[in-house]
Design a protein around this ligand. Structure first.
Ligand SMILES: *Cc1c(COP(=O)(O)O)cnc(C)c1O
Length: 409
C-alpha cells in the first residue's frame, strides 16, 4: 500500500511516458543459466581484441589485493617502467588508464587542452571522427582536417595546416584501424613544437607492432590499448604525457571537466607527484594481466617485435596476392602492418566469407568499420597472434571461402 502511494506521487510529479516495474519478482522468474558459460575457443584475427597471451590470461586468476597495498603499488610501478620502454620515453608520467582505449582517448583530449582552445584533428577514418566528437564535448574548438579513408597526411600538409589554423593541439592516429592506414609520426613533433602546439597520438593498435618513439619524435601525449598488439585483455590502457604536457595541465585555469579521467588525480594514484592517493579502485586483475603482457612484450624487445610484425604482414600479403586479393590502401608506404584492409572484389559476398571462416575454422575475419563498411575485410596481425600458423590459416580461409563462392582471380 505504501509502495502504491509513493509510486502515485512519483508519477504525478514526473509524468513519464511509460513505466516498467517488477517489484515482486518471484523466484520462478530467476533465469536458469546453463551450468557452464559457453565460451568457444576462437582465433581473433580481426582488428581487436586479439587473443590474449596465455600468461596474461592466467595472471587474471591471481589473488585479489587492495588497490593501495604495497605489492599492488609495486605492480603499478612495474607497468609504468615497462611503458617507458615501450613508448621510448624518459617521462615520469606513464600509467595505465582504467578502461578501454576510448577511456585513454578521452583522457588525452580532456586534460591538456582547455575549453575554447583549438584542436586540429587528422580525420581520415573513425578515430579522428570520434576525437572530433570528444573534443567538441569538452568545449574545444575543433578543426577537422578531412581526408578520404585510405589516405594519410604528408609532413608538408600538416605543417601548412598547423601554420594556417594555429591550433593548441594536433591529433593524429598512428594506425587507423578502420581504414588500414599508417600515419607517419616521425617529423610531426618538430612542426608542432615549433608552433606552440601539443601533439596527441593514438597508438591503440600499433604500440608494440610498429616503431614508435615518443621522446625522439616529440610526441606530447600518447595512449594505447591492451587488447591489440600487446595481447592483454581489454580494460587497462597505456598512457604517457611528457613534461611539457604536464606543465600545461598544471597551469590550467579551469578544472578538468571529467573526474574519472582527471590526470592530476589519476597521476596521484600512480605516484607521479611523490605520494599516493586513492582516486578510484584500479581494475586489479586487469593490471596484473597488463603487467604480465608488458613483461612478455619487453622480454622479446622492440626491434624483434617490429621485425616479427613486418614479416607476418609480408607473409599475409604474399598469400593474399597469390589468390588475387588486393590492398584497400593504394600507397604501399601508408599500409598498416597491424590491421590490414583487403578490398572485397566485385561480386563477392564479404560477410558470407567471414561467416565461412568462423564456421569452418573458428577464425575471425572482420568486415569494415565506419567509412569502410561493405568495402573491405580487416585482418589484424598483432602481438601473440602475429605468428605464421595464424597468418597461413587466414590465407587458407580466404582461398577456400572464395572458392566456395565460385570466385576466380
Ligand atoms: C581499437 C581502437 C580504439 C578503441 O579502443 P577500445 O579499447 O575499443 O576502446 C581506438 N583507436 C584505435 C586506433 C583502435 O584500433
Amino acid at each position: 500500500m505504501a509502495l502504491r502511494v509513493a509510486l502515485n506521487q512519483v508519477l504525478r510529479r514526473s509524468k513519464p511516458q511509460s513505466i516498467a516495474l517488477r517489484a515482486f519478482a518471484s523466484t520462478a522468474d530467476v533465469p536458469k543459466p546453463a551450468p557452464v558459460m559457453d565460451v568457444p575457443q576462437r582465433i581473433l584475427m580481426g582488428p581487436g581484441p586479439s587473443n590474449s597471451h596465455p600468461r596474461a590470461l592466467a595472471a587474471m586468476a591471481m589473488p585479489m589485493l587492495g588497490h593501495m597495498h604495497p605489492p599492488f603499488l609495486k605492480i603499478m610501478d612495474e607497468i609504468s617502467d615497462y611503458l617507458r620502454y615501450l613508448f621510448q620515453t624518459d617521462s615520469k608520467y606513464t600509467c595505465a588508464i582504467s578502461g578501454s582505449g576510448h577511456m585513454a582517448m578521452e583522457a588525452a583530449i580532456a586534460n591538456v587542452l582547455e575549453p575554447g582552445e583549438k584542436i586540429l584533428v587528422g580525420d581520415n577514418g573513425i578515430w579522428g571522427a570520434r576525437v572530433c566528437d570528444l573534443a567538441d564535448r569538452y568545449g574545444l574548438e575543433v578543426v577537422a582536417l578531412k581526408k578520404p579513408a585510405g589516405e594519410t597526411y604528408s609532413l608538408a600538409e600538416l605543417e601548412a595546416a598547423v601554420k594556417e589554423h594555429k591550433p593548441q593541439g594536433l591529433f593524429l592516429c598512428q594506425g587507423e584501424s578502420s581504414a588500414g592506414t599508417m600515419q607517419q609520426i616521425e617529423g610531426v613533433g618538430a612542426i608542432t613544437k615549433a608552433n606552440d602546439c601539443f601533439l596527441i597520438v593514438d597508438t591503440v593498435c600499433t604500440l608494440g607492432g610498429v616503431p614508435f618513439k615518443a621522446d625522439a619524435w616529440d610526441v606530447d601525449v600518447v595512449y594505447s590499448g591492451g587488447q591489440k598488439a600487446l595481447s592483454a585483455p581489454p580494460g587497462a590502457s597505456p598512457f604517457m604525457m611528457n613534461e611539457r604536457a604536464m606543465q600545461k595541465l598544471q597551469s590550467r585555469k579551469t578544472k578538468v571537466a571529467t573526474y574519472n579521467c582527471d590526470l592530476k588525480l589519476i597521476g596521484d594514484y600512480w605516484g607521479w607527484y611523490g605520494g599516493r592517493s586513492y582516486h578510484h579502485t584500479g581494475p586489479i586483475s586487469n593490471f596484473y594481466s597488463l603487467r604480465e603482457a608488458l613483461a612478455i612484450t619487453c622480454e622479446e624487445g622492440l626491434e624483434p617485435l617490429w621485425a616479427r610484425h613486418q614479416a607476418m604482414f609480408e607473409l599475409l600479403w604474399k598469400g593474399l596476392g597469390e589468390i588475387g586479393l588486393e590492398p584497400y590502401v593504394k600507397d604501399p608506404k601508408s599500409r598498416l602492418p597491424c590491421v590490414n584492409t583487403i578490398t572485397v572484389p566485385e561480386g563477392v559476398d564479404g560477410p558470407a566469407l567471414s561467416a565461412f571462416a568462423m564456421q569452418k575454422y573458428n577464425l575471425e575475419i572482420a568486415g569494415g568499420l565506419g567509412p569502410t563498411v561493405g568495402k573491405v575485410w580487416r585482418i589484424g596481425v598483432m602481438g601473440y597472434n602475429a605468428h605464421p600458423m595464424n597468418v597461413n590459416l587466414v590465407v587458407t580461409a580466404f582461398k577456400e571461402g572464395l572458392e566456395a563462392q565460385g570466385y576466380k582471380k
